[in-house]
Design a binder for this molecule. Structure first.
Ligand code: C2E
Ligand code: MG
Ligand code: MG
Ligand code: MG
Length: 283
């Protein structure tokens, strides 16, 4: 079947397109209720020091178990939540939950990294929300990292810049997530007060085989060093990738090689075991 596109020509009409649209709309409608019905949870994935292999922190990753559709991946529901604005409430819940959890860890030196959407930076009182999450949890501010994706910075206005400056004034550390993808502009590195560059998985995936990717990652790590930023590689799955990144001088790793995202209970278990053995947790 064909569908008219309004003078621009014809596209193939795909009946499943309407179904997908309807499903998206239904999921959008389910988001807020899902938050109230406690269908969301956070999993935690470790990131480690390249030098010692010790865990230096965990990233909180949001999960949604829909009563009908089961697990909806964040790559789907975060975008829907951003479109509907539910990300503001969802993000606040995530931030408070992650801070409260990290405050219970036996090792007070570990960081907790929370993903923050551009919508939260522009349309919520993020500074107040962060202050409250820290106050009610008792978490030391120096332990909190906020991960912001590079595309988010595209939309950065003066107000966004002000929000980020205030967060840094509080003592929160800012991480540029998925670095190198999207509309990477080096000027962001000048404009925003960043502490860490997180190298996107697409650049680590073909290490050490791809000479091009080795060069790109080496350049990012050098850039970070010159600008006083820590570099972390995401998606480290094999020892060969890890060796390559270590040689390049990347300081922190995250990926399945060191641990998959795990539940809060499993995460606390791991940390308590390490604490009983009097060591820092090594995965
Ligand atoms: P991200 O922040 O870049 O998170 C890293 C993603 O890579 C996670 O996917 C993680 O499970 C996955 N990953 C980690 N190590 C490996 C590996 O070795 N191999 C492979 N193949 N994948 C790995 P996940 O959990 O599906 O999250 C996808 C994205 O959803 C996140 O990307 C982030 O942008 C967004 N997201 C997740 N939770 C939140 C949240 O609470 N708030 C916001 N705003 N966004 C979130
Ligand atoms: Mg992230
Ligand atoms: Mg990332
Ligand atoms: Mg990513």
């Amino acid at each position: 079947r064909m569908k008219e596109t309004g003078g621009a020509g014809y596209i193939l009409y795909d009946p499943s397109m309407d179904e997908r649209k309807a499903e998206r709309a239904a999921l959008m409608g389910d988001l807020r209720g899902g938050l109230e019905r406690e269908e969301f949870r956070l999993d935690y994935q470790p990131f480690v020091s390249a030098a010692s292999g010790a865990i230096v922190g965990f990233e909180a990753l949001m999960r949604w178990t829909h009563p009908v559709h089961g697990n909806v991946p964040p790559s789907e529901f975060i975008a829907l939540a951003e479109e509907t604005g539910t990300i503001v409430a969802l993000g606040e819940w995530g931030l408070r939950t992650a801070c409260r959890f990290a405050a219970t860890w036996p090792d007070r030196s570990l960081s907790i990294a929370v993903n923050v959407s551009t919508v939260q930076i522009r349309h919520s009182n993020l500074v107040e929300v962060v202050k409250q999450a820290l106050a009610e949890s008792g978490l030391e501010v120096s332990r909190l990292e906020l991960e912001i994706t590079e595309t988010a910075f595209l939309a950065a206005t003066c107000e966004s810049r002000e929000v980020l400056d205030k967060l840094v004034e509080l003592g929160v550390r800012l991480v540029l997530d998925d670095f190198g993808t999207g509309y990477s502009s080096l000027s962001y590195l000048r404009q925003f007060p960043l502490d860490k560059l997180k190298i996107d998985r697409s650049f680590t995936a073909d290490l050490p085989g791809s000479q091009t990717d080795v060069s790109i990652v080496r350049t990012i790590v050098e850039l970070g060093r010159h600008l006083g930023m820590t570099t972390i590689a995401e998606g480290v799955e094999s020892p060969a990738q890890g060796d390559c990144l270590r040689r390049i001088g990347c300081e922190e790793f995250q990926g399945y090689l060191f641990g998959r995202p795990a539940s809060a209970a499993q995460t606390l278990d791991l940390l308590e075991k390490a604490s009983r053995q009097g060591s820092s947790a090594i995965v």
